[in-house]
Design a protein around this ligand. Structure first.
Ligand code: NAI
Length: 506
């Protein structure tokens, strides 16, 4: 049985190489560091040793263990020093020609059984291995930053990688204390592919002026439980990193509309408005903290109008319960009275379309997002149409703010903010399963650990109901006529049959 590689080489000792070296030593391997920048490998060795010393100070490691770990790391003076390694991981500059040349050099000096791994995040493993003469032993081993804390690693075989090599790296990742997931050699692998939905859909919503920056972030944090809103997240990562990733995945998939980037970030990148690192991005930063405006206070209204709910509203019974709890005067006739506030709760459709199709008075019609169970959310979202009267909007606002839960008001669009973003996340994930990029369980694991989402995308789809997600997408496609929203066969077939998205076929 495989235990661990005894001797491991790490080439490129920047942010990633250091982390990989640390967990490789912790897995029991002797690790040799190599960098082409003088002094860099020594610096990496000291830094990693200091980490262990710090853990020893905190009592999380004994002093003897910390120095035993440090003794496992040495600095190589040339590539030839790595000739006896059983595994070499490269984390050098992200450049195909340079990585290919390095692989060829490594093939020349190492044993035929040595596994040669690349930590590339955006290049094809097959392309890096091509022409090396040892394609069977070259494999992707894609960690996330910071390596010791991000406990997931993608193992990516190229077209000619031997399955046994993949198995070895899967076992070794476990020795390192990480969770391995296996990905096909496709653009973005799992995490950077599945992660395309969150930001791009939020940028489209922003671009249509459905809601402002803070409102979009507030909604996704409070309704779904994302740690950061999509625009806050881009500010943290920096648009110099996130915009090129969006463009790269889009172009590598030959302009697949689901991944289409936004002119908003292209322009901000050109203007060096990158996020936290430049002091301004979607938010302004003062002493490292984002300047944010608090939610506006709901209007004080002495007498609320009666409320009539469309019979086609999503979660209609739950909505009635909510209204009862607020002591609203609920109308139950087939049509609303002339004074009534009219509530609709569409999935995927905009409030305008619903008012027109159901022949409702648009001036009194307001939408509420009921995709998610109200009790599970920390914010309610209402949407107006272009004809909605201000007094009706304010009445709805005051009504739904009665228990102190924050309320956001947005312009209507196909689907509310949450519906659009979640449906897009689920659909892209479903299509990755359809393409066989990874198993459904690896997909959910990779996204939870790699992106920190509250649920894996497929589990999220199951929670929302695959049929509901399908309905949102069909209706978004009707509203926008954009192939971006076409449901993946994986979602369409499971949604139609009421099956779980995690379900594999025979
Ligand atoms: P970095 O710039 O911090 O470190 C790269 C190191 O490699 C530097 O110390 C440099 O001197 C050295 N180097 C460059 N060319 C070399 C060569 N030909 N031979 C030996 N050493 C060489 O970069 P970072 O962020 O550690 O990234 C390294 C690799 O990991 C890249 O392929 C990157 O795409 C990938 N990656 C980066 C992630 C990140 O968040 N930073 C996440 C996942 C993968």
């Amino acid at each position: 049985m495989f235990s661990a590689f005894d001797s491991v080489g790490v080439i490129g000792t920047g942010a990633m190489g250091r982390g990989i070296a640390q967990i490789a030593a912790q897995a029991g391997s002797r690790v040799k560091l190599l960098d082409n920048q003088p002094g860099m490998a020594d610096q990496a060795r000291s830094q990693v040793s200091a980490q262990w010393a710090k853990l020893a100070e905190k009592g999380k490691l004994s002093g003897a263990d910390a120095s035993a770990l440090a003794d496992r790391i040495s600095v190589a003076s040339s590539l030839a020093d790595l000739s006896d390694c059983q595994l070499v991981v490269e984390a050098i500059v992200e450049n195909l020609d340079i990585k290919r040349a390095l692989m060829k050099d490594l093939v020349a000096i190492t044993a035929p059984t040595t596994v040669l791994a690349t930590n590339t995040s955006s290049l094809s493993i097959t392309a890096i291995a091509a022409g090396s003469g040892r394609e069977s032993h070259i494999v992707g081993f894609h960690f996330f930053n910071p390596v010791p804390l991000m406990k997931v690693v993608e193992v990516i075989p190229g077209l000619k990688t031997q399955p046994a090599v993949v198995e070895q790296l899967v076992s070794y990742a476990k020795c390192m204390g990480h969770t391995p997931v296996i990905a096909q050699d496709t653009p973005g692998f799992i995490v950077n592919h599945a992660g395309r939905a969150y930001g791009t859909e939020a940028l489209r919503i922003l671009g249509e002026r459905v809601a402002d920056i803070a409102t979009i972030d507030n909604i996704l944090r409070d309704q779904v439980g994302f740690k950061l809103g999509p625009l806050e997240l881009m500010d943290l990562t920096g648009l110099d990193v996130s915009h090129p990733v969006m463009e790269s995945v889009y172009h590598q998939y030959y302009q697949e509309p689901r991944y289409r980037p936004s002119v908003i970030t292209a322009q901000r990148l050109a203007g060096n408005v990158l996020g936290r690192k430049t002091g301004s991005g979607f938010y302004n930063y003062v002493d490292g903290a984002a300047e944010k405006v608090a939610d506006a206070k709901p209007p004080a209204i002495t007498e609320l109008p009666p409320v009539w709910v469309s019979p086609k509203a999503a979660r209609r019974q739950e909505l009635y319960q909510l209204l009862k709890g607020f002591n609203a005067r609920i109308e139950t006739a087939a049509a609303p009275s002339a004074q009534a506030l009219i509530l609709v709760a569409p999935l995927g459709f905009d409030v305008t379309t619903v008012a027109a199709v159901e022949r409702l008075d648009p001036t009194r019609t307001v939408g509420i997002d009921m995709l998610l169970d109200d009790a599970s959310t920390r914010r309610r979202v209402l949407a107006t149409n272009p004809a909605t009267r201000a007094d009706m909007r304010d009445a709805a606002w005051a009504l739904f703010a009665q228990d102190g839960k924050p309320v956001s008001i947005i312009r209507d669009s196909g689907g509310f903010v949450t519906q659009r973003v979640l449906a897009h996340i689920v659909n892209i994930a479903a299509d990755m399963c359809q393409q066989g990029i990874c198993s459904p369980s690896d997909l959910d694991t990779a996204v939870r650990l790699g992106l920190g989402y509250p649920h894996g995308p497929l589990a999220l789809g199951d929670l929302l109901g695959p049929g509901n997600v399908l309905e949102v997408l069909f209706n978004l496609q009707t509203v926008y006529g954009d192939p971006r929203y076409r449901p993946s066969p994986w979602l369409r077939r499971r949604g139609a049959l009421g099956l779980s998205l995690a379900q594999q076929e025979i």
